[in-house]
Design a protein around this ligand. Structure first.
Ligand code: MF3
Ligand code: CO
Ligand code: CO
Length: 271
């Protein structure tokens, strides 16, 4: 007999109670790796070395990388430095003093995907760069506060967009969050902008990522010839944080919370 998965009319899977613990396990491995790499990020380091360290950790934890082999991608992480918006490819290029970077790791544990990213710094960045990082993190967390059964994806997107605009920054529209679970990228597209009370209604059992990219300049992006690297058209700095969450009866479970609470991990404190 075929087991029919429960889905909304938008095609969003409603997962079962027992699936939450599977997602928490994969999310915690991704988050642990993002904790583990804190000491690896400093001026002079090549981003490919950070990626190799991540691959070593993935093996050590006995899990799989979701990105190696994904649509021809070859690395265990995406490392997006300064004006790179997302999907930066690890390379021989060395980090410079004051660089800011997003590191994005997705693992598969027992068939379930754990996807998370955070910002890191190589040495002390400019105040404007630190402020961008802080606003991006706060925008993510404000967005997450909107998620509960009855609210909509538009409520989430608009909370993030309003906060970025209040700080005279812009939300990238060319990339979005995504449903996640046994499949890496699936319904729905999670937009980081929107209109309150519009879009699909949150329901218990939905699993998806929220991963706003915020630019200091204009929102427009451009794809480099490598087919992956997305940069800001105006070369302004870009920041991103990503959590994978599941909708509960009255809010969310964050699957990718840092085990050590390291959201500004590279030994600096944001006030
Ligand atoms: N982890 C990214 C996301 O948040 C996707 C990376 S796909 C890759 O959805 F192939 F570029 F690694
Ligand atoms: Co993602
Ligand atoms: Co990701």
């Amino acid at each position: 007999m075929k087991f029919l998965q429960q889905k909304t009319r938008e095609g969003i899977i409603l997962h079962r109670q027992e699936d939450f613990s599977k997602m928490a396990r994969s999310g915690q491995v991704a988050a642990q790796i993002l904790d583990d790499i804190c000491d690896q990020v400093y001026p002079g380091k090549r981003t490919i070395e950070i990626d190799e360290f991540i691959e070593t950790k993935i093996k050590e934890y006995g899990v799989q990388s979701a990105t190696i082999g994904y649509r021809g991608y070859k690395h265990a992480s995406c490392i997006s430095v300064n004006h790179v918006v997302c999907h930066g490819i690890p390379s021989d290029k060395r980090l410079a003093k004051g660089d800011i970077l997003n590191i994005d790791v997705t693992v598969i544990v027992d068939g379930w995907h754990g996807d998370s990213s955070r910002m890191y710094v190589a040495g002390k960045p400019k105040a404007s760069a630190l402020n961008l990082i802080k606003v991006t993190y706060d925008a993510l967390m404000l967005g997450l506060e909107q998620i509960r059964p009855g609210n909509t994806f538009g409520d989430l997107g608009s909370a993030i967009q309003k906060y970025a605009q209040k700080h005279k920054m812009s939300i990238v529209r060319d990339f979005c969050g995504h449903g996640i679970g046994r499949v890496f990228h699936q319904e729905p597209n999670v937009l980081h902008f929107g209109v309150p009370r519009t879009g699909a209604v949150f329901q218990e059992g939905m699993f998806f990522t929220v991963e706003p990219m915020i630019n200091l300049g204009k929102p427009n992006t451009r794809l480099l010839a490598d087919g992956w690297t997305a940069v800001t058209q105006d070369r302004s700095l870009s920041a991103q944080f990503e959590h994978a969450v599941g909708v509960t009866s009255d809010g969310i479970e964050i699957f990718t919370e840092s085990p050590a609470g390291k959201y500004f991990p590279t030994n600096f404190i944001l006030e």
